[in-house]
Design a binder for this molecule. Structure first.
Ligand code: ADP
Length: 391
């Protein structure tokens, strides 16, 4: 019987999944609308896409539906391990880890630090053993790649006791950065180990400065709120604004959390037009244009800051939804960063080619599609050796 690896990436209202057989993705999909009208979508190689209603709301029902669907859709194969994307692994950040009751208890204790992501990441890890008690599970953390951050990049200027408690910069999107670092070694070995900034620009956005393929600085911090403005998160802002909201508007922790995670970023700055970059780029409204301009301005500013950490720049890599698909945003960031030695090949950029810098550019600029699922599948396979052939 063929062995499969299931990759699960659970968010607040969706559970995304991908299925790997011998390192090849053979199926991907998601259960979405989990809190309202749960639907299940799947695309398998050589089959028509499928959509089903999930009869019950919530993450557990979605995972149960997924397990049952896999059983019927792949009767001759068997899921032998599951890899999960987990936003945070604690301090010090662990590498990919086989899930044990002790690990789960430790991750549960981090929920107050990551209240909006971690409980959802952990829900399928709790649910699966009830359905398949024998199934090994592996947790892959978004913080692992940033274990190499130098001490000064980890610190905030706060009392040392807090730093001792783990209040420091962790950085996120690490599975994406790990994929890009590996991919660069294949497609651009001459620059992969040099001074590289990777811009992961999606609805969550961050940048990472790498040297020798390792993270040496990154824009996200203790949580995923810091750094670049995002779909609904503000990125860097003066923390005094939060004091103002508490004192002048009477907002409590819950209201502040909703504000920071759901009302800011592109959505807030566009005056509610959209959190989606495509819609903002298509809009004529001045608020939408200003939000896009602000995104570009902040990205160029952070790029300059990361280049200062690296002492110069050899390559800039764009990835994730906006980075991979928006020539307009890439061009605007590159134009503002000409002073760093970046010259774009406008035609190559418009065609979404892999190398989009001009031949004369001192800095290579690349577009590389990220694949966090593949990294999770590979880590899972490495930790859970699959049986060669079983019945
Ligand atoms: P997530 O962080 O949810 O994984 P993605 O990496 O899928 O996000 O990126 C989603 C973002 O990418 C959205 O803001 C979407 O508008 C943007 N995006 C996708 N395609 C394009 C495009 N062609 N032009 C501009 N933005 C795009």
């Amino acid at each position: 019987m063929d062995e499969l690896i299931l990759v699960v990436n659970a968010g607040s209202s969706s559970v995304k999944f991908a299925l790997y057989q011998a390192s090849q993705e053979i199926c991907a999909g998601q259960a979405e609308g989990l809190l309202t009208q749960p639907r299940f979508h799947a695309r398998s190689i050589g089959a028509e896409p499928e959509t089903h209603a999930i009869p019950e709301a919530g993450h557990h029902a979605a995972v149960a539906f997924l397990a049952a669907w896999l059983h019927t859709a792949f009767p001759a194969q068997r899921v032998s391990a599951v890899g999960h994307r987990v936003v945070h692994g604690g301090d010090p950040a662990p590498g990919p880890t086989l899930v044990t009751p002790e690990l789960l208890a430790r991750l549960e204790s981090l929920v107050p630090q990551m209240p909006l992501h971690l409980p959802h990441n952990l829900a399928p890890i709790h649910a699966l053993p009830r359905l398949r008690p024998d199934l090994p599970q592996v947790a892959c953390f978004d913080t692992s790649f940033h274990r190499t951050l130098p001490r000064l990049e980890q610190l905030f200027a706060i009392p040392r006791e807090l730093i001792g408690e783990g209040v420091r910069r962790y950085g996120f999107h690490g599975l994406s950065y790990e994929f890009i670092a590996r991919r660069l070694k294949e497609i651009a070995p001459a620059i992969a180990d040099r001074r590289v900034v990777v811009a992961h620009l999606g609805s969550g956005a961050s940048m990472c400065a790498m040297e020798g393929g390792h993270s040496v600085a990154t824009t996200m911090g203790f949580t995923g709120l810091d750094g670049l403005p995002m779909g609904t998160r503000p990125g860097y802002m003066d923390p005094g604004i939060l004091l103002y909201l508490m004192e002048a508007k009477g907002m409590d922790a819950r209201a502040i959390s909703d504000f920071l995670y759901k009302s800011c970023g592109m959505l807030g700055l566009s005056g509610g037009i959209s959190n989606d970059m495509r819609e903002l780029l298509a809009s004529d409204a001045p608020e939408a244009t200003e939000a896009v301009d602000f995104f570009v301005h902040r990205a160029a500013r952070e790029l300059g800051s990361l280049a200062a950490v690296l002492g110069g720049l050899d390559a800039l890599v764009f990835t994730a939804g906006i980075g991979e698909h928006s020539p307009a945003i890439r061009a605007a960031i590159c134009r503002r960063s000409h002073w760093l030695g970046i010259t774009l090949d406008e035609a190559a950029n418009d065609q979404n080619r892999t190398i989009i810098s001009h031949a004369d550019s001192a800095v290579a600029v690349l577009v590389v599609a990220t694949d966090e699922n593949r990294v999770i599948a590979e880590h899972t396979a490495a930790l859970v050796p699959l049986r060669e052939v079983s019945s």
